[in-house]
Design a protein around this ligand. Structure first.
Ligand code: FAD
Length: 272
């Protein structure tokens, strides 16, 4: 908060050598009072808020993508007056208060906000990402694979429907459970639930981080006959055999096979 206060105090208009439009290629050298790396939920929210403190002309956002995941053009999300540098950051040099982008532009800053999000690393699981070629394996964390879950659910006939929560940072801790509840509801609605084992294998030692909600969720999973396995981390997918292999984090060295899962909504990512 001290940094924010200082930033507000030292807002002499026009100190920053910046440009006023929102989307042009980066020039050779630029300076901004506030530089934000990443132009999505975090970066857009912060630049929108901070421009009120320091003036929009003193704020720039570095973001290479033209389109947001939710199919909105980045230009429509960028706060007005804030400069959009349409490049990828290659280097951050905190000693000189500069960053370098992939087109060689050096941008200096007084304050830097890093909002680069998480990267997906499916290759950390043996058998992925090539396993995604199989119709019964999907992941809701990637725009490339998310639609497979719905197709797999529609094609589901009987067997195990397995949902996983990885042993890494995740973009949304609720998403793996949400899709399990939605799938359970869909299977009930379509009369297929009696032939399904709905399984949630989570690397976490709890069903949810907040006890009050965890208590309610335990009641719900019991009522809906959803099988919860704590400390179960997905380590391998054998797409051709329809097998998923999990390590028991509570008992190192112990692995478990889940046979023939007709639907596996695999959710895995690793923080950068
Ligand atoms: C299936 C799913 C369901 C979710 N449900 C919810 C929900 O119900 N409620 C909720 O609050 N949240 C939910 N989330 C989480 C929410 O989407 C994320 O928390 C949010 O998108 C994170 O925003 P971010 O700006 O930190 O990162 P990101 O959205 O990942 O954005 C990072 C940006 O940085 C850019 N970038 C990366 N590298 C560079 C680079 N080198 N140079 C320049 N730019 C770069 C990327 O292009 C990207 O645009 C969900 C997420 C998923 C996947």
């Amino acid at each position: 908060m001290d940094a924010l206060r200082h930033l507000k105090q030292c807002h002499p208009r026009g100190i920053a050598i910046s440009q006023f439009h929102t989307s042009s290629p980066a020039s050779a050298k630029q300076h901004y009072k506030l530089l934000v790396l990443g132009g999505r939920t975090g970066g857009i929210a912060m630049s929108s808020r901070m421009k009120r403190l320091v003036g929009a002309e003193n704020v720039a956002v570095v973001e290479p993508s033209e389109i947001h995941y939710y199919h909105r053009p980045t230009a429509s999300l960028m706060p007005s007056g804030v400069k959009w540098v349409k490049s990828k950051v290659q280097e951050i040099n905190p000693e000189t208060n500069t960053v370098r982008t992939d087109d060689g532009t050096e941008i200096s800053y007084e304050y830097l906000i890093v909002a680069l999000g998480l990267e997906l690393h499916y290759e950390k699981i043996k058998g992925l990402p090539e396993g995604f070629e199989h119709p019964k394996i999907g992941s809701n964390y990637s725009v490339q694979t998310v639609e497979k879950t719905w197709k797999a659910l529609q094609d589901f006939k009987e067997g195990n429907a397995v949902f996983t929560f990885p042993n890494t940072p995740v973009k949304c801790a609720g998403a793996p459970q949400k899709i399990m509840y939605l799938s359970d509801a869909y299977l009930r609605k379509t009369g297929k639930r009696a032939k399904a084992n709905v399984i949630y294998n989570t690397s976490l030692p709890v069903i949810f981080g907040v006890k009050k909600y965890a208590d309610s969720l335990w009641e719900i999973v019991k009522k809906r006959d959803l099988q919860i396995n704590l400390r179960h981390n997905l380590i391998e997918v054998r797409a051709d055999k329809q097998e998923a292999v999990f390590e028991n984090l509570g008992k190192p060295g112990e692995t478990k096979w889940l046979l023939s899962p007709p639907l596996a909504s695999l959710l895995s990512q690793q923080g950068t």
